[in-house]
Ligand binder design. Structure first.
Ligand SMILES: C[S@@+](CC[C@H](N)C(=O)[O-])C[C@H]1O[C@@H](n2cnc3c(N)ncnc32)[C@H](O)[C@@H]1O
Ligand code: SF4
Length: 448
């Protein structure tokens, strides 16, 4: 039995460390303070993490009913965190528990009345956490500012961003916001994150405000526009559009994609949710009916629905640098982050780039012998840019949604990415995926 609380730390606005997902947000794993002797080492040794380690080692879920409902619990995976790896996949940070909106399924209001301590994350506590991670030699792959409130409500948000960069200059910073702000007022000093995920469920005020109570869709759209056109190092902008029963007409979904194209933002994800207001027109079972008309739009789900669109298990390496005899060695790098099989389709995400920093002219996808489609390339990937800053390419990402050919029999699919370089050369990168053992069993079958 395994869990990702050891590689994804979640720091709440009041300085508490908790589990990462919905049900676990009330599980206390320890506290951060600004005291000079506070340390991450002690946090991992203290009661919360010590108990979790001891129980997982014995194959027992430490917080029984909470763990039962949690999408992070991996029942069939052996415990792999006996010794801290000193590498955090993510540091989830909740800068604020305050928010001016009143989205009906958001548990912020309930939690704000129960939870002790500050509504806004103290910059001094944040600084101590960062300093300790640094002193103890941790690597952090991503700072993700989200949590339960509205991150942009924090009065010193730019200090929080700057502090992160002071201790971990190459770690990308992403923020998930409702975007109901003037961009210039939110980042007056120009300390932008690398990526903004902006929750805007609807294009028309009348449908948008059914869920985003108190929200103003025109303000959120303007926020995305201004973020995209910010002077200097503008953040990548992703529109997160949750599919509720109020905002899921074909007309509105198509108009939203046209708007996104006009705003020239990086992508638009349509997210299937599990909460009571969810769309009944679109479900994980009929996702192919979603009217996608823009190449940077794609379907997603909340983590509770991951088990409906599980990850295919790779049977060979997914990074071209690890493939012996790769024809593009020393010329190009290709990495597949994940491959999901969903409703008769394969969804691939990853990044690809030449050794000189150039992008592919085209990236073709073959499933078996069948050419299944062409990936959307040029998507923002700040994390890759931070690893290869001298190559200067911030848009190495790709995304592909391909129909699985009817002729494919058996569980193993050979997926080949063909990288067509600008100079006319082509390089093939094959990966075998087991679609029969997709990892679905890793996710919690009690999810709604
Ligand atoms: C609690 S919000 C905090 C961030 C910010 N205030 C916002 O709304 O984007 C965290 C995430 O929950 C998402 N969310 C809110 N209501 C949801 C629902 N009913 N189903 C799925 N996700 C939801 C938001 O879009 C956001 O991505
Ligand atoms: S905008 Fe975000 S934090 Fe605010 S109520 Fe809605 S989901 Fe919750």
């Amino acid at each position: 039995m395994n869990c990702d609380i050891f590689k994804i730390l979640c720091l709440r606005a009041n300085g508490e460390f908790t589990c990462n997902y919905g049900a676990g947000q009330k599980v206390n794993l320890g506290w951060a303070t600004a005291a000079p002797d506070w340390s991450v080492r002690r946090l991992f040794a203290d009661r919360g993490y010590a108990l979790a380690r001891a129980m997982f080692r014995r194959g027992i879920a430490p917080w029984a009913t909470t763990c039962e409902q949690c999408v992070g619990l991996q029942r069939n995976e052996p415990f792999s965190h006996d010794v801290p790896t000193k590498r955090l996949e993510k540091l989830l940070v909740e800068p604020s528990l305050a928010c001016a909106l009143r989205c009906p399924s958001c548990s912020r209001v309930d939690l704000a009345t129960e939870r002790p301590g500050s509504t806004f994350l103290s910059v001094d506590i944040w600084r101590r956490v960062l300093a300790s991670l640094r002193e103890e030699g941790y690597l952090v792959d991503l700072f993700f500012f989200c949590g339960l409130g509205e991150p942009l409500a924090h009065p010193q948000l730019e200090d929080i961003i700057d502090c992160g960069r002071e201790f971990f200059p190459t770690t990308p910073v992403a923020i998930n916001t409702n975007g109901n702000y003037k961009f210039k007022d939110a980042f007056p000093r120009g300390s932008y994150p690398d990526r903004l995920i902006v929750s805007v469920d609807g294009l028309d005020q009348s449908s948008y405000e059914r869920y985003r109570i108190n929200g103003n869709v025109a303000r959120a759209l303007q926020f995305m526009h201004d973020a995209r056109h910010a002077p200097g190092r503008a953040p990548a902008v992703e529109w997160k559009y949750i599919l509720f029963r109020y905002d899921d007409s074909d007309v509105e979904l198509i108009a939203a994609q046209q708007k996104a194209a006009k705003l020239d933002i990086d992508s638009l994800q349509f997210v299937l949710t599990h909460t009571v207001e969810k769309s009944t027109r679109f479900t994980p079972e009929n996702i192919e009916e979603l009217p996608i008309v823009w190449s940077r739009a794609y379907p997603e789900t909340t983590p509770n629905l991951y088990f409906k669109r599980p990850e295919a298990r790779p049977l060979s390496v997914t990074n071209s640098e690890k493939l012996a005899g790769f024809g593009g060695a020393d010329r190009v790098r290709i990495n597949i982050d994940y491959c999901r099989s969903w409703s008769g389709r394969l969804m691939l995400r990853g990044w690809a780039m030449g050794y000189d920093g150039s992008g592919p002219r085209r990236l073709r996808i073959f499933i078996g012998e069948h050419e299944a489609g062409v990936a959307e390339v040029g998507l923002a990937r700040e994390d890759v840019w931070h690893v290869y800053p001298s190559l200067g390419n911030r848009r190495t990402g790709f995304n592909a949604v391909c129909e699985i050919p009817h002729a494919l029999t058996g569980a193993v699919a050979k997926v080949t990415l063909v990288y067509d370089a600008p100079d006319g050369a082509s390089f093939q990168f094959p990966v075998d995926y087991d679609l029969g053992h997709t990892g679905a069993e890793q996710f919690n079958h009690h999810c709604p």
